[in-house]
Design a protein around this ligand. Structure first.
Ligand SMILES: [Zn+2]
Length: 281
């Protein structure tokens, strides 16, 4: 696969999830070998695992002076399109949450179009199993002999509106668009006041979050998938892994994954070059 960028500029506007501010974000094409670059005012932050500064509730990046929050839904869509080079210009420190999923990012970028560039995009062929554990939670990545990027994710919430959910998928653009991109983020009504007091979820509403009550879904329209929650976990995971800027041939498996565990996984993966080999198809 060759590196890609977008054909022309595309803009997204709307409220941000945690800061609760109106956010205008412009995506602009970049030349090959530029990578993904976030720009806020005069701060330019090239995306890499080294700039991840916070993984509590969302994945945030920073340069010591500014922090940009909740990049994972945008990045998940950008990765699924195979985009390597992109300027993300923002007038606020968090992208708009839109409908809480990545489908609007994906569709609007597809509408303006994606173009191939000269350089080849690296593929990480995972050669060893790596697992990160925290209590009964884990995330792991291991070799896939069929040349696929297969994801299995499981969650188990005491809340009966969610319960146990699991989902397996071989990721490509079509399967991502259909099965993963529409899955929305979610939150519990009982956590809402506490999060707000911490300056989080200030922009959350029923148009951008699945709100879960004691045992019911609050949103009048209900769910997009019966197991929308675990599918959103996969959406987030793809956003988190995309920070390396490569494609994967791997099996990813998780129980109760989190941004924090995914970040530790990519750090451990990158810490030893014998964990993977790099190919250019
Ligand atoms: Zn999410």
């Amino acid at each position: 696969m060759r590196e890609k960028t977008i054909k022309e500029e595309v803009q997204f506007s709307g409220i941000s999830l945690h800061k609760g501010k109106i956010s205008n974000l412009k995506l602009k094409p970049l030349p090959e070998n530029s990578g993904i670059v976030f720009q806020y005012r005069n701060h330019k932050i090239p995306l890499s695992p080294n700039v991840v500064v916070n993984t509590n509730m969302a994945t945030s990046i920073g340069n010591g002076e500014v922090e940009i929050f909740t990049i994972e839904h945008l990045m998940s869509a950008v990765w699924s399109l195979g985009i390597s080079n992109l300027l993300v210009e923002m007038d606020s420190v968090e992208p708009p949450i839109l409908d809480g999923s990545s489908i609007q990012f994906l569709e609007k970028i597809e509408d303006v179009g994606v173009v191939e560039q000269e350089s080849r995009r690296p593929i990480f062929i995972i050669e060893k199993e790596i697992t990160i554990r925290e209590g009964d939670r884990y995330v792991s990545i291991s070799p896939n002999r069929e040349g696929k990027f297969s994801i299995y994710s499981k969650i188990d919430f005491a809340n009966r509106a969610i319960g146990v959910q699991e989902f397996s998928i071989d990721i490509d653009l079509d399967s991502y668009r259909k099965e993963i991109a529409p899955a929305r983020t979610f939150g519990f009504l009982q956590d809402f006041e506490r999060l707000k007091s911490q300056g989080l979820a200030l922009g959350a509403n029923l148009d951008n979050v699945i709100a879960v009550g004691e045992s019911e879904i609050v949103n009048p329209e209900g769910l997009r998938f019966q197991n929308e929650f675990v599918r959103h976990k996969i959406l987030d995971t793809i956003g988190d892994l995309s920070i390396i800027g490569v494609d994967f041939v791997a099996n990813y498996r998780a129980f109760a994954s989190s941004h924090k565990l995914n970040h530790k996984l990519i750090q451990k993966l990158l810490s030893d070059k014998s964990n993977y080999r790099v190919e250019y198809s």
